[in-house]
Design a binder for this molecule. Structure first.
Ligand SMILES: Nc1ncnc2c1ncn2[C@@H]1O[C@H](COP(=O)(O)OP(=O)(O)OP(=O)(O)O)[C@@H](O)[C@H]1O
Ligand SMILES: [Mg+2]
Length: 416
């Protein structure tokens, strides 16, 4: 069923499959109307008949909702999608909880979650330290989740840094910024949104469509004296060079990957999005993305440091993976083991060896030992495993567990 957003007295109802980004603007209009006309300061957000919803739509709505609560004292009551819909969309009901959407709509009722299986739940940031915490969590998630080359991880880090930084330096958003990332089958997508002044006002350009084009073009900045203005342009390049998508909404304009303004709106019909929302998806996971995509003024852009270097590199340039620091919550389970193995595999790309340090770790489960070391031993082969995974400070019990895991896993693979 196509989506529909309707409002009456103190209720906004969202129904159907909500995939058209026009829903973002219609929802903002509904919010505006109910608040202006509102007799009570309570609004019911009714998603009972909602059949599908993605972060591309929902994330831009959150800063608007939070702004109403914090600036006007509006209380929201969330009606979750009907459980029956789970026949077709197994996760829509649960999605509201494990994305933190429910939490940001009605925090009194829904607690925030830190982690979810295939996504990084929404994070709000109002300072640089909250911003970098959110970015680090996101990069950690990606490294532990799928095969990803360092250049792609660097490109994502660069772009998400630029887009979130823009919120803090240009948006003047009373609620800060919101960011969410999701891993899809062939892409990684993140959305950053705020409830600030919007790009046209920031650039002091009256024509909203022209403002967005200017912001996304190379060197398009409000600070004409500097050599800057490449945050959005570089992010657009990363998205399009990798086969992904790029989309910006601000005030009365929407700009998409092909740098065409989305379906021109007749004046008067245009519904503003009061803030800025940027969606960027990256579709390639090899190592070369950063150097191919980021060229400014014809010159390749050099980054000064990246997540892998900050998190794992020692002074001598080796990669040091401390189990006690990086894998503390994973030691008891096979799932945790799978995350750590993925992380080690990514670190081994383009790197001779990784030192795995067990200092202060006294016990690991045998399923963790199997999932990480048993499987890596079989994947890499004995000689490569011994030379590329350097185990350090392993206590006797753990040593025994790892040995046993390797022996059993090798036997199992030989039987196949
Ligand atoms: N979230 C936002 N809210 C308001 N204005 C924004 C936002 N993001 C970008 N802009 C506007 O778009 C312009 C271009 O952004 P972009 O990141 O490309 O360059 P910059 O931030 O000016 O410089 P650089 O990122 O290279 O330091 C900004 O100067 C600003 O005016
Ligand atoms: Mg910028």
């Amino acid at each position: 069923m196509p989506f529909r957003i309707s409002w009456a007295s103190d209720t906004i109802a969202v129904s159907g499959e909500v995939s058209d980004t026009q829903a973002i603007r219609q929802f903002c209009e509904a919010l505006n109307q109910t608040i202006v006309a509102g007799r009570s300061n309570q609004i019911r957000l009714d998603f009972a008949d909602c059949e599908d919803l993605t972060q591309a739509i929902m994330l831009p709505l959150l800063p608007q909702i939070v702004r109403c609560r914090e600036e006007y004292g509006t209380q929201f009551v969330l009606v979750l999608p009907d459980q029956r819909a789970t026949l077709f969309h197994s996760s829509l009901h649960g999605l509201f909880a494990n994305t933190n959407w429910a939490h940001f709509v009605q925090p009194e009722e829904f607690e925030a979650v830190d982690e979810a299986a295939d996504r990084v739940p929404v994070r709000r940031f109002t300072s640089h330290s909250e911003m970098s915490d959110a970015i680090n969590d996101l990069l950690r998630f990606l490294l532990r989740r799928r095969d990803i080359g360092r250049g792609t991880l660097q490109a994502i880090e660069w772009s998400i840094n630029e887009i979130t930084e823009n919120v803090l330096s240009h948006a003047e958003s009373p609620v800060g910024g919101f960011v969410q990332a999701t891993e899809y089958a062939s892409s990684i997508e993140f959305v950053v949104a705020d409830a600030g002044i919007g790009i046209p006002e920031s650039l002091r350009i009256d024509d909203d469509e022209r403002a967005l084009l200017e912001a996304v073009s190379e060197g398009g900045t409000r600070d004409r004296s500097s050599n800057a203005g490449n945050g959005l342009y570089g992010s657009y390049r990363i998205a399009t060079v990798s086969g992904g998508e790029f989309e910006v909404h601000s005030q009365n304009a929407t700009l998409r990957s092909d740098l065409r303004i989305a379906e021109p709106l007749t004046k008067g019909e245009a519904l503003p999005f009061p803030g800025t929302s940027v969606r960027c998806s990256v579709g390639r996971f090899d190592g070369q993305l950063l150097e191919e995509a980021l060229r400014f003024n014809g010159t390749p852009h050099e980054i000064s440091s990246d997540y892998v270097e900050r998190t794992f590199e020692t002074d001598t340039g080796d990669l040091l993976y401390s189990i006690g620091t990086h894998a503390l919550g994973d030691l008891g389970s096979r799932r945790g083991g799978a995350r750590v193995r993925q992380e080690l595999r990514n670190l081994l790309r383009g790197q001779g060896q990784v030192v795995v340090d067990f200092s202060d770790v006294r016990i690991i489960s045998s399923s963790f030992a199997d999932e990480v070391f048993g499987r890596l031993f079989v994947e890499l082969g004995p000689r490569a495993f011994m030379s590329r995974i350097v185990l350090r400070n392993v206590d006797a019990t753990i040593d025994g567990l790892i040995d046993r895991a390797i022996v059993q896993r090798t036997r199992l693979s030989e039987q196949r």
